[in-house]
Design a protein around this ligand. Structure first.
Ligand code: NAI
Length: 509
């Protein structure tokens, strides 16, 4: 359904002048609206206006905005003292404390003063829009406009519809966000909406790797960044968000999902919060931010003699550029047709891409003691790093030969203990599984899930794009192996992947 955007002369009210409210007021004023800014705390609107001024000045100094325009935008934001002053607003966006009782009481008082056609929006990140709407006389006019922090810079807005939100209201919200220069996606009011739900495994799997002592936070961060192409590793990202905030979101999704174990928070998060290690804001979280604090080393030292020749058994599919890198480093590559597996033979070692089984299990099943696995990479041609894990039965000499050969091909090598699915593969398949469930459950369209994950988190490829690239059969196979290995519900296959594994369809066109 299409609907017109709010006319630019229409008044917008923003309640809550904190981090998000100030940002939203800035965006609305920049789109040309007169903005009324209300906060219950003395001095808060002045601080909000000062924050807007600072953001606008930064844009002026970078040549992105004329000084006169910045002044005009700032002048369009008017602080007000009471809800009664919001009467002229055609759209009200609340960005007050994340508390259902506070939000509903506030929006009831707002509804009593605004016009019959005014839209009432909440910027909640974790509460039910359906529950907030219920408090209103006309719940159909209530929608979620979930901005991301910092609102002036983040393009994504999740336009969230509760069970009773009018379709025309959702469409008007979407059109207005587009008119404000944002990229809106439509999401149904479900726990975590799109981004905060689908991103859960990015943290959850990393925490499980840490719990199992597969590697330290610096090594796991390096793998996700350098091989997965994620803009930040999961631990540095949790440190940035605040471990307490991240734990709160995890807990909220877990509780709203009926304590589905897939969303269970980690004991590690709780322990860090108990210790006051909240991340950057407290100077220490998973990493130490004290001046001069050294980061743990994550590269294996040079391992000695590289192989002069290797044998490629079968094509390596998405990992095929590995072969070209070996050749470019002067290593001769002999080809052989695939037998039961596709792999590289380097000395006595067999090097294969992880499929969700441990190297130790594969060594036993393939009856090949010297088994080494490599992790998933977004682009094997360009990745500066590769993650490796060895079977318990693998000899030191065989392992050293693999490490040295890949180092000669230009990879920095990070070792993981022999955990099922390694680091990047585990993150990618669990993100894809969660995105597929969100799609199956009608949270959003495939295209909107993909857009939301790319814009909301900076992922290089959204999880459904990754699934298409790897193929549903492969993703489902890795998840099956993880489930067998851990025996946990956590890795149960999304019906969307189960279906595509059979019919071969892709998620995206
Ligand atoms: P904040 O603490 O920076 O600002 C909240 C402001 O609301 C404060 O200035 C407070 O005085 C005011 N306030 C509280 N109760 C009020 C009331 N009854 N009437 C008027 N003003 C009232 O909080 P922040 O981070 O801006 O979050 C606001 C909302 O946005 C929350 O619902 C949060 O979940 C959501 N959100 C936060 C994001 C973030 O990254 N901080 C991202 C997306 C959504």
């Amino acid at each position: 359904m299409s609907a017109p955007a709010l006319p630019s002369g229409a008044t917008v009210a923003v309640i809550g002048a904190g981090t998000m409210g100030a940002g939203i007021a800035h965006v609305a004023a920049r789109a040309g609206h007169p903005v009324l800014l209300l906060d219950s705390q003395p001095g808060a609107t002045a601080r909000g206006l000062a924050a807007i001024r600072k953001d606008l000045d930064a844009l002026v100094s970078r040549g992105r905005l004329e000084a006169a325009e910045a002044d005009a935008i700032h002048a369009r934001v008017q602080p007000v003292e009471a809800v009664a002053a919001l009467a002229p607003a055609a759209l009200v966006v609340e960005a007050v404390v994340e508390d259902l009782a506070v939000k509903t009481a506030l929006l009831q008082s707002v509804e009593a003063v605004v016009g019959e056609d005014a839209l009432i929006a909440t910027n909640t990140s974790s509460l039910s829009v359906t529950a907030i709407a219920r408090a209103l006389r006309r719940p159909g006019r209530c929608l979620g406009l979930h901005f991301f922090n910092p609102a002036p810079r983040m393009a994504l807005v999740e336009v969230v519809t509760g069970l009773v939100t009018d379709a025309a209201v959702a469409a008007a919200g979407e059109a207005t966000m587009r008119a404000w220069g944002k990229t809106p996606v439509q999401a149904r009011s479900t726990p975590g909406f799109i981004v905060n739900r689908v991103a859960r495994p990015y943290y959850g799997e990393a925490l499980r790797l840490l719990l199992e002592r597969a590697a330290g936070p610096a090594a796991i961060d390096a793998l996700l960044r350098d091989c997965g192409g994620f803009p930040m590793g999961p631990f540095e990202l949790m440190d940035l968000i605040g471990i307490d905030v991240n734990l709160m979101v995890s807990r909220s999704v877990f509780e709203q999902m009926g304590h589905d174990r897939r969303y269970a928070p980690s004991v590690i998060q709780q322990e860090l919060v108990d210790a006051g290690r909240l991340g950057r804001k407290s100077g220490r979280g998973f990493h130490d931010y004290a001046p001069g604090a050294a980061r743990q080393g994550v590269d294996l030292p040079p391992a000695g003699e590289a192989a002069a020749r290797v044998k490629a058994v079968g094509g390596l599919r998405t990992a095929e550029p590995l072969v070209a890198r070996l050749q470019a480093a002067g290593i001769a590559v002999m080809r052989a047709p695939a037998d039961i597996s596709r792999h590289l033979e380097i000395g006595t070692a067999r090097l294969s891409k992880t499929d969700g089984r441990t190297a130790t299990r594969r060594a036993a099943e393939d009856r090949h003691a010297d088994t080494v696995l490599f992790d998933l990479a977004l682009d094997y041609a360009a990745a500066p790093r590769l993650g490796l894990a060895r079977a318990d039965s693998c000899s030191q000499a065989a392992w050293d030969g693999v490490v040295a050969t890949l180092q000669k091909a230009g990879f920095r090598i990070t070792a993981l203990d022999d955990v099922a699915g390694m680091a990047v593969m585990r993150a990618v398949v669990t993100l894809a599984n969660e995105a597929s469930d969100a799609l199956v459950q009608g949270v959003a369209s495939a295209a909107d899930i993909e857009t939301a994950m790319k814009l909301g988190t900076g992922y290089p490829l959204g999880p459904l794009g990754w699934a298409d690239r790897l193929g549903a059969e492969h993703v489902a196979g890795v998840l099956d192996n993880l489930r067998t290995h851990y025996g946990e519900e956590r890795y149960r296959l999304s019906p969307g992947l189960a279906r595509r594994r059979i019919n071969g369809e892709r998620f995206l066109d």
